[in-house]
Ligand binder design. Structure first.
Ligand code: ADP
Ligand code: MG
Length: 470
């Protein structure tokens, strides 16, 4: 039978299996399998979960499967599993024992077998979990300066001996655009370079949160936990986004398991562990176990280095006086420095201008203007009122009407997350509430976002509207 016709091949297998096992076993364990491909005698099948695959790998099911595949596809057959873990990822496993002769090459002393962990299925080898790393975020591209030296060198230590160093977890914190994502990914890339077999996973807290929510809805928590417990180096970016208790708890659990097994954790956040709001004390305590290292705004000499290196990367050479001017004028985050270079380049390319101090002056002026469009409580309040079609005095009134209360809470939540307004000031501007009321409103909204799709949608819409480029 031709390899391209893997569906037919699988149908033939099913026909044989059906004749050899009880109907109930057939419909429970074989019928749900979806054939994926057949190439070079390797049949890939998709199974609903990890637990399902483990069951298939046990006697007597594996026996039936093995015999049938050999008969239909040939002695050389190999079996691969795609396990649906979470909506957006499949785990791939290889079953090796199907291929008889190859086993003989593996030299395992007999008595070692007895010591094997009973939970490790022999013959199954984990193939790959995509680490989610961007090759451009390497250590080589991460410019060193006083502003990041401690964090950078801690990162290098961690990458050399993940899990076996004093910095576990490594907690990297700092303002937006200062290089948290870049540095944490650099560690992951370096680990992969030195140890390609280590399972590294970079995940943003928001993605983790969504995966968890999907796992709850799909009744797949066990698979979710199992997936995360296999990671050797887990990089969790922007942990400050974990505002709900549900996500915090599940992460606490994963953290403990990984830490106990000597796996490395790397966390990033926009503030120090001690300033993380709304976090459970036991979680904060864990975060302080290792090292917390801060990324600071680049100082003058680092800014010079960054302007030089990044422009060279883009294939342009900035005159020294321009570099000096920019390094004096643009004093924000690394992301802003990058933005400045890109704008400069765009101007010089489209207008065929050479890059001079004059051009640099015009460009930096625009950047400063852009920055002054800061979000304020007023702007957010107006946007929320328009969105829910209510008036500004309704939102600050004392009414307990459900829609109004909800709009009011969402406003406080957004102001808290998108501006630096203090709790007390939010409270007083929202109709004379105290800071505890504001805190309560914020946690109500984040809890609701975990469970209520509508609320999640409202908040996402509003955030998009208020911060279009975030
Ligand atoms: P954060 O995650 O802290 O918001 P990012 O890691 O996304 O910041 O960094 C913003 C941009 O600045 C990225 O393009 C990153 O490559 C760059 N960047 C940050 N720090 C450095 C550095 N030390 N050297 C080179 N590029 C950097
Ligand atoms: Mg980031």
């Amino acid at each position: 039978m031709g390899e391209s016709n893997y569906i037919k091949v699988w149908e033939e297998c099913l026909r044989i299996i059906k004749n050899n096992v009880p109907e109930a076993v057939y419909s429970k364990w074989f019928k749900p399998i979806i054939p994926v491909s057949l190439k070079d005698f390797t049949l890939t099948i998709e199974v609903p979960s990890d637990a399902y695959m483990r069951k298939l790998e046990e006697e007597p099911l594996i026996d039936i499967l093995k015999k049938t595949l050999k008969r239909v596809i040939g002695e050389k057959v190999k079996l691969m599993y795609n396990v649906r873990v979470l909506s957006n990822s499949v785990l791939k496993y290889e079953h090796q024992t199907l291929e008889g002769p190859q086993n003989k090459d593996i030299n395992i002393p007999i008595d070692d077998k007895e010591k094997m962990n009973p939970f490790v299925i022999p013959g199954i080898q984990k193939l790959n979990i995509k680490p989610g790393l961007n090759p451009k975020y390497s250590f080589e591209n991460f410019i060193e300066g006083n502003c990041n030296r401690l964090a950078r060198s801690a990162g290098e230590t961690v990458a050399q001996a993940p899990g076996h160093n004093p910095f576990n977890p490594l907690f990297i914190h700092g303002g937006s655009g200062l290089g948290k994502t870049h540095l944490s990914q650099a560690i992951g890339l370096r680990v992969k370079e030195l140890n390609p077999d280590k399972i590294v996973l970079y995940v943003s807290a928001n993605v983790f949160k969504t995966q968890y929510q999907n796992a709850v809805v799909g009744n797949m928590i066990t698979d979710f936990l199992h997936f995360y417990q296999q990671i050797d180096v887990l990089i969790l970016d922007d942990v400050q986004e974990f505002t709900s208790k549900g996500t915090q708890n599940v992460f606490f659990h994963i953290f403990n398991v990984l830490h106990q097994e000597g796996k490395q954790l790397i966390l990033t956040s926009d503030c120090a562990p001690s300033s993380l709001q709304g976090f459970e004390p036991r979680l904060l305590q864990r975060f302080r176990w290792g090292l917390s290292a801060e990324l600071l705004q680049p100082d003058y000499s680092t800014r010079v280095k960054i302007f030089k290196a990044k422009s060279a990367n883009e294939g342009i050479e900035l005159p020294d006086d321009v570099v000096e001017y920019l390094a004096n004028k643009v004093t924000g985050s690394v992301r802003e420095l990058e933005g400045t270079i890109l704008t400069l380049m765009a101007h010089s390319t489209y207008n065929k201008e050479s890059i001079t101090i004059e051009l640099a002056k015009r460009v930096t002026k625009q950047i400063v203007n852009v920055e002054s469009c800061e979000l304020t409580l007023e702007k957010i309040k107006t946007a929320v009122c328009e969105y829910f079609k209510i008036t500004p005095d309704m939102i600050v009134s004392k009414t307990r009407k459900r829609e109004i209360v909800q709009a009011r809470q969402i406003t406080m939540y957004l102001v808290r997350n998108l501006t630096k307004t203090s709790l007390a000031s939010i409270g007083s501007q929202m109709g004379g509430k105290d800071h505890a009321t504001v805190l309560h409103a914020c946690s109500t909204v984040s809890d609701l976002m975990d469970t209520d799709r509508n609320i999640r949608g409202y908040v996402a819409d509003l955030e998009r509207q208020l911060k279009p480029n975030k």
